[in-house]
Design a protein around this ligand. Sequence first.
Ligand SMILES: [Fe+2]
Length: 206
Amino acid sequence: MDASFSSVARTIAAHLASAPSSTEEIDAAVQHLRRSAGVAVPREGFVAMPGRDHAAILAPAIAAGLDHGAADIAAALAALPTPLVWHYHYAPHPGSPPDAEDLAERIGFAELIGPRAPLTAPACRVGFTLLAPATCYPQHAHPAIELYLVISGHAQWTTPGDERIVPPGAFVLHSASKPHAMRTFAEPLLALYGWRGDIDTPAFYL
Ligand SMILES: [Fe+2]
């Protein structure tokens, strides 16, 4: 296997090419994400900014993903010789007391394709979201349309009027500016995300 970020993108594109048809909205988001991953190329002169070390959360998440519906993507991540670089961009959550857990230690985002990512493709951001076990990713929103593909973990996904456990291999679509939150239990959550539309306005806590 070509163990590189490009190989992860190709694996994502191949996985999505065989995704079963769902709703019209999810199918459109899947096809956008598939095309983005399929045309992504390495960014010339890319230098990774220092990130957070989430290896202790990521390793079991990838291992669990090898047994589930997106095992091909988990395997591509496991084969990477250069680790993904994890960041956390949010300002402190407005409802959190000063002594609350530091969410930056429990939640991370690693962008694979995007304006400052190792790979580039037009009009998209593609990356991974990682949550430690027993973590609440508070309600947030962003104007971008977002498609998630769960790689591992059975987290609770909440949007106004809907709360469900989403298994590995399943998609979750968030329309523009729709509030959403996730909560993990005993397992970490590792999920692929794809943004389209307004990809420049960052997510914010509500
Ligand atoms: Fe989101």
